[in-house]
Design a protein around this ligand. Structure first.
Ligand SMILES: [Zn+2]
Length: 443
């Protein structure tokens, strides 16, 4: 029997949020230590940690690096009950609940993806750290995974000043795990060979990791289908990422951006990621539609119209009535088709990652790798779907321009140069601070 936690599928600061769900995670009940802590991570709430990990400048302006472990005091940790579970924490004002919730979000996401891999996912920093240190850092306006750590702060809405702790935001935490999975499975590029498209690819994959993980909550599957009748291009929980409330999502999976929109240059990797995320989301929807046709839940003409109108203004109104009717007569088939599409996409993603190199990565390489993955795993079942959606985004046709200065209206960044700080391969204790680390990326 696994260990039980309460987990919010959506951040509770959303006025329409779903209630917390009881989830059972893979570590056997009784195996977790206070923190919570397991074999791969430990959660702590440091007292007085006013600097996040990563590269910093000292008062003389010299670079210095700050990495785990935290060796100062910590607040009281979340401890298992006598049966080994953490269900006794459910007060959103209790720091121990936040610790338990962060742990549960990360472990849930890893459980989902490890089930697709059929093996353990080892952290990309495994050569230097046995376990990730997961810190609660309320004054930090971000959430990032870095070398040996995940630090979890608070979202501050610049317009109204409202606060939303990332510790209760499953999407954001799962997204950070997604970055970690890509670093572990595809790799981290040599700083001199890091392409703009690698950064966009990272953001895209992190969102897809989060989206697939979210689709393992029964309540999310239910909500997505009920609110759209299976017309997934309607705005819904699935295609809004990192939401802090229902109207404040950080980016959208259903978007119309093409690669030529970046020919003149780009300034934010989350936006540069959008054509790739859009292509992958459209692939998910197409697999879903094909499956719906196969099981007889929608007609092939509805699927055809849906493909034709994709991205056009008339899309929603023309199709919604038909989807409503089809869904109401066969909700179970829609649910099964969505699960089928989710699992197919996840398998396609892990097989795609296995065929990619981090250095000089381009979106066109992702297309090539995905076609090969489809050939190897699905016998080319999705070749046309993959081709059409990458082509529509002009991937392989248009070229990405140079990096431009950040614009005022760019979305809140979830990246940080500290994420890509890496340790060189020497043992930690034997080299000096300056030698030990290199900064992979300056923003
Ligand atoms: Zn990110």
């Amino acid at each position: 029997m696994g260990t039980r936690f309460w987990l919010f599928p959506q951040t509770p600061t959303d006025e329409n949020s779903l209630p917390a769900e009881q989830v059972e995670l893979s570590p056997p009940a009784g195996s977790l230590e206070p923190g919570p802590a397991d074999h791969s991570m430990y959660v702590i709430f440091p007292v007085g940690k006013d600097l996040e990990y990563g590269m910093h400048k000292d008062p003389q302006g010299r670079d210095f690096v700050y990495l785990p472990p935290w060796d100062g005091e910590i607040y009281e940790q979340a401890s298992p009950d006598q049966d080994g579970h953490f269900l006794h924490y459910q007060d959103v004002n209790d720091g121990r609940f936040h610790a338990a919730h962060i742990y549960a979000s990360i472990r849930f996401t890893l459980d989902v993806w490890e089930s697709y891999f059929g093996r353990t996912i080892n952290w990309h920093f495994r050569n230097h750290y046995d376990r990730a240190e997961i810190n609660i850092l309320p004054d930090f306006d971000n959430a990032i995974i870095g070398y040996g750590f995940v630090e979890v702060g608070t979202y501050v809405d610049k317009k109204d000043g409202s606060l939303s702790p990332f510790s209760l935001n499953f999407d954001v935490l799962a997204h950070e795990v997604g970055h970690g999975i890509v670093y572990a499975e595809v790799g981290m590029p040599d700083p001199k060979r890091e392409s703009a498209e690698y950064l966009g690819f990272q953001e895209s994959c992190a969102d897809i990791v989060s989206m697939v993980a979210a689709l393992h909550f029964e309540s999310i599957v239910q909500e997505v289908l009920e609110s759209t009748s299976g017309n997934l291009y309607m705005h819904n929980h699935l295609n809004r990422f990192a939401e802090t409330s229902s109207s404040k999502q950080i980016r959208l999976a259903c978007n119309d951006l093409k690669l030529s929109d970046f020919s003149a240059g780009w300034s934010d990797e989350h936006i540069l990621a959008q054509p790739l995320t859009g292509a992958i989301f459209d692939i998910l929807v197409d697999i879903f539609h094909e499956e719906l046709v196969r099981v007889g839940a929608i007609s092939s003409s509805l699927e055809h119209i849906s493909d034709q109108l994709e991205g056009s203004d008339s899309y929603h109104s023309e199709l919604q009535d038909e989807f409503d009717e089809a869904y109401s007569s066969n909700p179970k088939l829609f649910r099964e088709a969505l699960i089928f599409a989710r699992d197919s996409l996840a398998k396609l993603m892990i097989e795609t990652w296995a065929r990619l190199e981090a250095d000089h990565l381009e979106y066109l390489d992702v297309l090539d790798a995905m076609l090969k993955a489809d050939n190897a795993v699905f016998d080319n079942a999705y070749r046309k779907i993959i081709d059409v959606n990458f082509r529509w985004r002009e991937i392989g046709v248009a070229k990405v321009g140079p990096k431009l200065p950040k614009k005022q209206d760019d979305p809140e960044s979830h990246t940080h140069s500290n994420r890509t700080l890496v340790l060189e391969d020497e043992p930690v204790a034997s080299v000096s601070y300056q030698q030990r680390y290199l900064l992979a990326r300056h923003i």
